[in-house]
Write a protein that binds this ligand. Structure first.
Ligand SMILES: [Zn+2]
Length: 271
């Protein structure tokens, strides 16, 4: 997997017979008190390696577009204008990368939180993807399609188990962060890519200390177990990871490091 081009809000990678584009929706600041230890208590102190912005953790918010030149899948959609104003750049990112919203027919959602699902509806209230046919999402998270998101509810395809959603993407349920949290395994001629949603929120800490969990993990022991299993799986050679909250563009490879893991990014952070 190799970086081909990048811009302010996107980075495009050659992935054998597939092209992977990371799309930066923006960022969201969260207090460090969201980090919890194994007993569910707030961490007393943060290692110096964890950067803070005005006392907060700054989480990148990324979505990923993958295509074989004919079919494509957009994984997650950012927050549109329906959460903090530091997000909602997905549409600019798509334009910058030369991806036409008219060509997006399949959206795969990792889970039902605002920074992943709200981008299905554009800031003007219209559907962001006029030719949308399927919204893949874990069955435990489908209740989100009411109110603002109700217009796309008729295209929801609930995921109830491990299932291939096309020839090169398989949805794998990984409940924990939310009941319907789902990761997407992408297979290409150049290896495998795991688009893992909210498995890690604070990459500067949770690769080295995967037992540290996030307050918004609905079921923390289950989320911790899923994180441990996925990190171990990712140490297989030829396996890459793309994360919603890894530092934009958020694509890398995972190695073992002492009692934890390390993430090696494939591209420098977007400026
Ligand atoms: Zn998230």
């Amino acid at each position: 997997m190799r970086l081909m081009s990048s811009g302010r809000h996107h980075a495009t990678f050659d992935f054998g017979d597939l092209t992977v584009t990371s799309l930066r929706d923006g960022y969201v600041d969260m207090p460090p008190t969201r980090l919890h230890n194994e007993s569910g208590r707030m961490l007393k102190e943060l290692p110096d390696s964890v950067p803070l912005a005005d006392g907060n953790l700054r989480l990148s918010v990324n979505a990923f577009h993958i295509t074989d030149g004919t079919a494509s899948v957009l994984i997650d959609t950012g927050a549109s204008n329906a959460w903090h104003s530091t997000m909602g750049c997905l549409y600019d990112a798509l334009a910058e990368a030369g991806i036409d919203t008219d060509d997006i027919t399949d959206v795969a959602i990792t889970h039902n939180h605002e920074d992943h699902v709200n981008g299905l509806i554009a800031p003007d209230g219209s559907e962001a993807f006029p030719n949308l046919r399927h919204v893949w999402i874990g069955v435990g998270d489908t209740a989100v399609f009411t109110g603002r998101l109700q217009p796309v509810g008729d295209r929801v395809a609930p995921i109830t188990g491990k299932v291939a959603i096309n020839n090169w993407v398989t949805a794998v349920p990984t409940p924990g962060h939310t009941p319907g949290h789902t990761v997407y395994e992408v297979s290409s001629s150049a290896g495998r890519l795991l688009v893992w949603g909210d498995t890690v929120h604070v990459p500067s800490l949770q690769f080295a200390q995967p037992d540290v969990s996030w307050e918004l993990d609905g079921a923390q022991p289950q989320a911790r177990e899923a994180r441990a299993a996925l990190l171990e799986q990712l140490t297989t050679p030829g396996y890459f990871v793309a994360g919603a909250h890894l530092d934009s563009p958020g694509v890398g490879r995972v190695t073992r490091n002492g009692t934890g893991y390390a993430l090696e990014y494939l591209a420098p952070a977007l400026a």
